[in-house]
Structures are given as C-alpha cells and as structure tokens.
Design a protein around this ligand. Structure first.
Ligand SMILES: [Zn+2]
Length: 372
C-alpha cells in the first residue's frame, strides 16, 4: 500500500493539473458533495492514477476515459472507523465483494483475534492479502494480545516493544481499544504503549464501557481519543465533554445508532466529533441492510442532515486519524475514493471508485476488479 504522497505522485498530480498529460478518468456531470465546504454543486472530477487532480467546474482537462454521471451525487468513499475483521467470518477477498459495493472503501481494523493466534506474522499476512483488493485496510494495533493475561494461552504476545515496532508501519493508525482497567490500575506496560503511539502522532482508541465521571476523566487524561462503546446519549455527551470522539456503532451484536442519534438531534449536539463504525457485523446483515451506508442512511432517516451524516462517515473519520490530507473528501490531491448515488437520503451506490478505479457497479464488484 502507498498511503502517503511521494515526490513522484506530487509531481505527476501537479503536472496533470497543468495540462501536461491527460487525466486517466473524468467523472463528468456530478453533484459534488463537498464535505469540506459543506456544499453540494454541479462539477466534474478529474483523476490521475489514484489521486484527484481537480474538481473545478470550469476546468477543461483531457482524459483517457470520460464517465457521464448524469447528475448523480459524488460522495467520498465511506470509512468504518472500528471493526473486527474476524467477526465477518470472511476472507479479505470475500469481504470485498460484500462491503465495497455498499461504498465502504476504508476499514480501520483491530485484528485482535488474528494477533492473538498468529501475532505479528499474522498481521503481516493479512496486510499482504489485502494489498491488491479494492479497499484500504488500516490497522488499529491491538493493545490486548493477550486479552486476559494469565487466564489464557495465546499463540502470541504483543508487548510494548512489539506494539511500538508495529506502530511504525504505514498502515498502523492507532492503538486498538484500550481497556480502562489498564489505565485505572496504572499498568506501566500499557502507559508505555500509549506513550509510544502518541509520540508517532497516532491515536489511542478507547473501550470505556459504562465509565463516567472522574474515572472517565482519568481515562481521557491518559491520551485516549475515542470510544465506540456508548449506549446512551448521556455516555456520548460525557465523552465529548472530555475531548473524546464518539464512534456511533451499528453492528450485529450492538445496535446503538438509534438511541445515540435521536439524542444528538434532540439535544442539538454538534456532529463534528461523531464518526461511524460497525465493530462486529455479520455478513448476512451487511448483505441485507448495508455497511457504513446503513449508518448514514439510518441517521438521515432519523432526521440528521445528509451532509452531517456523510461527514461522520468520511471527513470526520479521516480527521480523527489525522489522515484527511490523504482521503475522506473529494478534493485535489486526495485519494480518488468516490461513490456515485442517485439519492442522497438513501445512499445505494451505483458505482464505487477506489483509488481511481471503478471497482463496483450496481451492487457487485466489476469483473476487472475481481481479476485483480
Ligand atoms: Zn471492538
């Protein structure tokens, strides 16, 4: 995976924008959902390799291929901010055929079970197997390998040193769901894991089931940035108050979106620090109702503005992981992850573009994409 811009990428993007080479793809006649400015307007999207070159409505750049989008909405690819790959019970390839047609192009995965069984080599194999697939997997490096030290026999241990080393990988974006007891009992090993993570300007994911008040303040003070375990609006508000973002979860075992979003709308809470995740969602339910697009559509159905719901699934998430200069919006220089959809209140992508390539159409992966 090449997540960050290199000299060559920057130069080619700039020179293409200056008209020195043709673009690879022009998405003509879209209603651009600009999550940065909060506007929706008619434009064209120009793409070279895996990057967006221009969204200027008046630009007249050449392109090898022009796709007439007939005024469909162009929405940034959706981001699942916390999921466990293992719960889907699918191979990385099979998972692609289920989540990508629904518009999820980035999965932030805590590979806790794989790490507990196969350790670092297991993580490396997962990343290798995903490299050619039509989505991006970013790693929330598991803080709990083993999950219950002393009470289980695991295939591997990721101690502070191992976590620090894995955190140097480009794909590693955070320290995965940190149990509050590790902080409240002041366990140095875990504080080292946090310190090594934040020193690399990466973040720490929370897992603060039921914690409130001073306990929650102590937990946040260690450097924990988010929580996906909120069940009530009181818990959601308490986390925002201590500077933690909330991952509104809608999976198979836990369905928290209705209660949280209804509360957010009722109390008129600012949505900037809300993101979406599935955590654990089974394949049959992904197929039936969707993936992150389900979170977005349901939030809209409950009364959230489409722009706010789409932001929670895109730019808010990218900003949280400090990756918004690489993806999460349809703006120049970012990865070209774009969904085309006819209805902005019920987003069912007709076309999914990942890193500049059309990877899904009308609910299925494209043939080119299946062949790799
Ligand atoms: Zn989880």
């Amino acid at each position: 995976m090449q997540l960050f811009k290199t000299f060559e990428v920057i130069k080619e993007t700039v020179e293409t924008g200056l008209g020195m080479y043709p673009c690879d793809l022009k998405l003509a006649n879209v209603m651009l959902v600009n999550v940065f400015s909060g506007e929706i307007y008619r434009s064209n999207i120009y793409i070279k390799n895996d990057r967006i070159v221009s969204i200027d409505p008046d630009a007249e750049l050449q392109a090898h291929r022009v796709l007439d989008c007939n005024g469909q909405y162009a929405i940034p690819g959706f981001i699942d901010t916390h999921m466990h790959f293992e719960t889907t019970m699918l191979s990385p390839e099979a998972l692609a055929s289920v989540v990508v047609p629904h518009g999820s192009t980035t999965l932030c995965a805590d590979l806790m079970e794989i790490a507990n069984v196969a350790g670092r080599p297991g993580l490396e194999e997962m990343l290798k197997s995903i490299d050619r697939l039509p989505y991006r997997m970013l790693v929330e490096v598991s803080s709990r390998v083993p999950t219950a030290p002393g009470l289980e026999t695991t295939g591997a241990i990721l101690d502070a040193e191992a976590v620090a080393e894995i955190m140097t990988w480009e794909e590693s974006i955070s320290l995965g769901e940190l149990d509050p007891s590790k902080i409240l009992f002041v366990m140095d090993e875990y504080l080292h894991k946090i310190a090594d993570t934040v020193a690399k300007r990466k973040i720490v994911n929370g897992h603060a089931i039921g914690r409130l008040g001073q306990e929650l303040n102590v937990y946040a003070s260690a450097g924990v940035s988010d929580d996906h375990e909120c069940v009530t609006i009181e818990e959601l508000l308490a986390r925002l108050r201590v500077g933690m973002r909330v991952l509104v979860r809608e999976g198979s075992t836990e369905r928290n979106l209705d209660a949280l979003i209804k509360g957010v709308l009722e109390l008129k809470i600012d949505c900037e620090n809300l993101l979406f995740c599935t955590d654990d969602k089974h394949v049959n339910e992904i197929q039936e109702e969707g993936h992150i697009n389900y979170n977005v559509n349901r939030a809209i159905e409950l009364g959230m503005e489409p722009m706010q719901a789409i932001r929670a699934a895109t730019i808010n998430a990218a900003r949280h992981f400090r990756l918004d200069d690489e993806f999460g919006s349809i703006t120049p220089g970012r990865k070209a992850d774009v969904l085309l959809a006819k209805d902005i209140r019920d987003i069912q992508p007709t076309t999914v573009i990942f890193e500049g390539k059309v990877v899904a159409e009308n609910g299925n992966l494209t043939e080119e994409c299946m062949l790799g």
